[in-house]
Ligand binder design. Structure first.
Ligand code: ATP
Ligand code: ZN
Length: 303
């Protein structure tokens, strides 16, 4: 069951589940909204518990140098968020204040800091992983979680500028990481079916920028490097990607010198859970009051 966009926004704002903050894609969250997210995050933990992933947490930022190494600007310059700050003297400060008072653009003199916003939860992991030295023969598995920034302002609540992503990330041989991804497609489906969400899994692509990006899209789709678990949420729009299953081949292994035990470049894959998107899919499907959701859905989330 999908909801009409305007009705969805009104329902979320009127119920206080989301609090508008004056910019499309930037919202406050209510206690109820958060309780659903916490429960879903715990469901993800239970679903993956047997694998004993190593838990790591990073701030939602990368150093500029690491950001450059990820190659993000080549593929998604339109989404990146760089963090800038004032770096002038007293005179420059006075000029800045005059510009602000005149309601003119005061941001043009801001200088880049060494910090860039994280676009995906797994990005801060690869540098430290490469620095650890060769992987064990069985490879490695991590559990990461982060607020992420993407400059994609939208009226659709499912497309935010700041949102949270939980991920499991596998590094190892091509066989090891592909097996991990295949297993998670099945687990992810079962997990989301337990929430009684209508879904399907399909090959997908990232929003690669520009003319060169078109070739990358074709390549990504032909090699089935990305799958998404999609749930219909907003009427008249394509279903919403709530989970994604990404095979990076040796991209991050090469950039961050992640090596297998035999010294060869490691492959990596990640499964991402969009916390806000899953909450919104649940609200759109089962209504704005979790107390009234079907018993089976409630017990899957709050066992
Ligand atoms: P889309 O194709 O809709 O732009 P995506 O599949 O490219 O999303 P990923 O880069 O795979 O997104 O990010 C991993 C997960 O993060 C997605 O499965 C989704 O649940 C969530 N996500 C991505 N972008 C947003 C956003 N703008 N707002 C909220 N959640 C998002
Ligand atoms: Zn990832």
């Amino acid at each position: 069951m999908t909801v009409q966009l305007e009705a969805f926004r009104k329902g979320l704002f009127d119920s206080g589940l989301l609090i508008p903050m004056g910019v499309d894609g930037l919202y406050g969250r209510s206690e109820t909204f958060e309780s659903i997210g916490t429960a879903f995050d715990a469901l993800v933990s239970r679903t993956g518990a047997a694998d004993k992933a190593e838990v790591l947490r990073f701030p939602p930022a990368l150093s500029k140098q690491v950001f450059e190494t990820t190659g993000y600007m080549a593929s998604f310059p339109q989404l990146a968020g760089t963090i800038h700050s004032f770096a002038g003297n007293d005179k420059a400060h006075a000029a800045l204040m005059r510009t602000i008072e005149a309601k003119e653009d005061w941001t043009t003199t801001q200088k880049a800091t060494q910090v860039v916003a994280v676009p995906a939860a797994c990005y801060p992991l690869y540098g430290p992983l490469g620095a650890r030295g060769p992987l064990k023969p069985e490879g490695a598995l991590f559990d990461v979680f982060s607020w992420c920034f993407r400059h994609e302002p939208s009226l659709e609540p499912t497309r935010m500028q700041f949102f949270r992503m939980r991920e499991f990330v596998r590094a190892g041989s091509p066989e090891q990481v592909q097996q991990f991804r295949e297993a998670w497609v099945e687990r992810g489906k079962k997990m989301m079916e337990s929430l009684q969400l209508p879904l399907n899994v399909d090959v997908a692509n990232d929003p690669f920028f520009g003319r060169a990006g078109r070739m990358l899209v074709t390549n990504q789709r032909e090699q089935a490097l990305k799958f998404e678990l999609l749930v219909p949420v907003i009427e008249g729009t394509s279903p919403t990607a709530c989970l994604s299953f990404n095979y990076h081949q040796d991209k991050f292994g090469l950039s961050f010198k992640i090596r297998k035990s035999d010294g060869e470049t490691a492959h990596t894959a990640c499964v991402g859970f969009g916390i806000e998107r899953v909450i919104l899919a649940l609200l759109a499907t089962h209504g704005y009051d979790p107390q009234k959701w079907p018993d089976r859905v409630r017990s899957a989330l709050w066992p």
